[in-house]
Design a protein around this ligand. Structure first.
Ligand SMILES: Cc1cc2nc3c(=O)[nH]c(=O)nc-3n(C[C@H](O)[C@H](O)[C@H](O)COP(=O)(O)O)c2cc1C
Length: 201
């Protein structure tokens, strides 16, 4: 007879969002790498990358009869259905990018679909590897009631040699890939804890 240990892990839906819209973006590359790693090593995690570049700017005049523009409705539905969130964002002028903040704000409109979701952040950028954007995102997450994992921290200094990404923004560095794997495992474990499916010893 099957016991709990032999049952396959239930699917965990991860909504992944890049703060950079650039085709060869390093941060988009981090997300693509996360998708590949999950497929290979953490098969219960299904990571879907959500696009945010086509969203209109937040403008509450676009909210009619408690509904949102179609692209916003789609984003909100995907976030709502997700078990947890994975952000990858560069640092723009010591903060998150405008497109990411715009997407966050749309999905925060009542009812706030971020509420109570576990989340993780990774970033690739300049000297601090996008760290200041991470801290601003954590601050934004307080009001959204997102629950960020604290460890491991994943910041990639994208402009230091040896190159971590190829010309198309694909992650090519094995050490960073290992860090992405550890981040995903931590997010998975934390999500299960929040969902009360694991009893802490
Ligand atoms: C408007 C703008 C502001 C930026 N500000 C910062 C910054 O404050 N800190 C930093 O490390 N890099 C900064 N950068 C550089 C980005 O980290 C770099 O372009 C990075 O590659 C962007 O990520 P991406 O490859 O995912 O697009 C800035 C870039 C732009 C376009």
């Amino acid at each position: 007879m099957a016991n709990a240990d032999s049952l396959p892990e239930p699917v965990m839906k991860v909504a992944a969002i890049s703060g950079s819209l650039r085709k060869s973006s390093f941060n988009r590359g981090l997300l693509r790498s996360a998708v590949e790693i999950a497929k290979e090593i953490i098969p219960h995690m299904e990571i879907e990358i959500l696009e945010i570049g086509h969203l209109p700017f937040v403008n509450t005049d676009l909210e009619v009869d408690n509904s949102f523009p179609p692209s916003v409705e789609e984003l909100r539905a995907k976030v709502l259905q997700a078990d947890c969130i994975l952000f990858a964002s560069p640092e723009y002028n010591y903060s998150v990018t405008g497109p990411l903040k715009n997407a966050i704000d749309w999905a925060s409109r009542p009812p706030n679909v971020w509420a109570d979701k576990p989340a993780a952040i990774m970033s690739a950028g300049g000297g601090f590897g996008g760290g200041l954007a991470q801290y601003h995102l954590r601050q934004i997450g307080v009001f959204l009631n997102l629950h960020f994992i604290n460890k491991p921290e994943l910041r990639v200094r994208a402009f230091e040699l040896p190159a971590k990404f190829d010309g198309d923004g694909n992650l090519v560095d094995d050490k960073v890939k290992e860090q992405v794997k550890e981040l995903l495992l931590s997010l998975s474990a934390f999500t299960r804890r929040i969902q009360n499916r694991v009893v802490l010893s």
